[in-house]
Design a protein around this ligand. Structure first.
Ligand SMILES: O=C(O)CCC(=O)C(=O)O
Ligand SMILES: [Fe+2]
Length: 313
């Protein structure tokens, strides 16, 4: 168990297992999950909770979305920076993304759908909702394992009550002549956790322990589970987020999806269980959405590690 790797990144199988809490497979998977997150800040989950039909359907829906005219696309706005439509940004000209807030609720997805398709789009709505729910289930399983291992389940349950889910649908176009092939600059996610899913075209690279960039192969049952900056603060630095980037190669446009979790309307604190003489508190209590706003200030963008700059002790 846990010995499988892809380009040196751990691969953890969540399929065909009895993953009831306290079962043997739950406990052994829990060990693998925590080790992977502590060592790499991420892992590749093999997860077949949804069918390959859903995989096809969600990317089909995504193509349809990106084909909308620009004046419709920009209707996808948000009070939170980068949670709405982002496109034609000078530092990442190949990148285009939509944000669906509250994506695990019918209300959230419907709000998005009704905005972009005034006559409705039930297929998009159903597909995006099923996808978000299935991926959120994986996220909750992973973080329950982490919280059990650290003895902070109660604290996690409180966070869970305030969790909000952002679905991002992302497209990278092919670079034009004389344009760089950088899809997205190296970064760590500002989320609590992120789960990425790719469609056919490679491009996602994750930095491993040795500082090498690992290219992650797409597959309909592969999901990249990553810790975000907020998870580092919550775990008092036990789990550090992975640096990742997208590099385009070849002549095909690339589609990807991400489900990002954020904690809304609750001050996040390092659990007492993770603080002792040997492990002093490294982060002050913080508001996750205020942290995101901070990240998009000049000071936030300039900082080497935004979460430490924002609430590090
Ligand atoms: O497109 C991808 O695979 C990565 C996207 C990403 O890193 C992000 O949106 O934060
Ligand atoms: Fe990212």
């Amino acid at each position: 168990m846990g010995s499988l790797t892809q380009n040196n990144l751990p691969v953890i199988d969540f399929t065909n297992k009895n993953l009831d809490p306290n079962s043997n497979s739950w406990l052994s998977t829990r060990e693998d999950v925590v080790r992977a997150l502590e060592d790499y800040g991420c892992f590749i989950a093999i997860y077949d909770k949804f069918s390959s039909d859903l995989h096809q359907a969600i990317f089909h829906a995504s193509e349809e979305l990106f084909d909308l005219p620009q004046e419709i696309k920009v209707l996808n706005t948000s009070d939170t920076p980068s949670h709405g439509y982002v496109g034609q940004e000078p530092i990442i000209p190949l990148y285009e993304g939509f944000g669906v807030e509250n994506a695990t609720t019918l209300q959230g997805v419907q709000k998005f759908t009704n905005l972009l398709w005034p006559n409705g789009n039930d297929t998009f709505c159903e597909t995006a909702l099923s996808f978000s729910k299935a991926v959120a289930e994986l996220d909750q399983m992973v973080m329950k394992m982490v919280s059990e291992k650290y003895g902070i389940e109660k604290n996690y349950e409180t966070l869970l009550g305030s969790m909000s889910y952002l679905l991002k649908l992302i497209k990278y176009r092919v670079p034009r002549e004389n344009e760089k092939n950088l899809g997205i600059v190296p970064h760590t996610d500002k989320s609590f956790t992120s789960i990425l899913h790719q469609h056919q075209v490679k491009g996602l690279e994750i930095k491993n322990k040795d500082g090498e960039w690992m290219l992650i192969d797409p597959s309909p049952s592969s999901f990249i589970v990553m810790a975000g900056d907020a998870c580092m603060a919550w775990t008092n630095g036990k789990i550090e987020p992975a640096h990742h980037r997208v590099i385009m190669s070849g002549n095909e446009e690339r589609y990807s999806l991400g489900l990002f979790t954020f904690i809304r309307d609750l001050i996040v604190q390092v659990p007492e269980e993770l603080v002792d003489g040997e492990h002093p508190r490294q982060f002050k209590p913080f508001d996750h959405y205020k942290f995101i706003h901070f990240f998009y200030t000049e000071e936030g963008k300039r900082s080497k590690c935004a979460i430490k700059a924002y609430c590090g002790v």
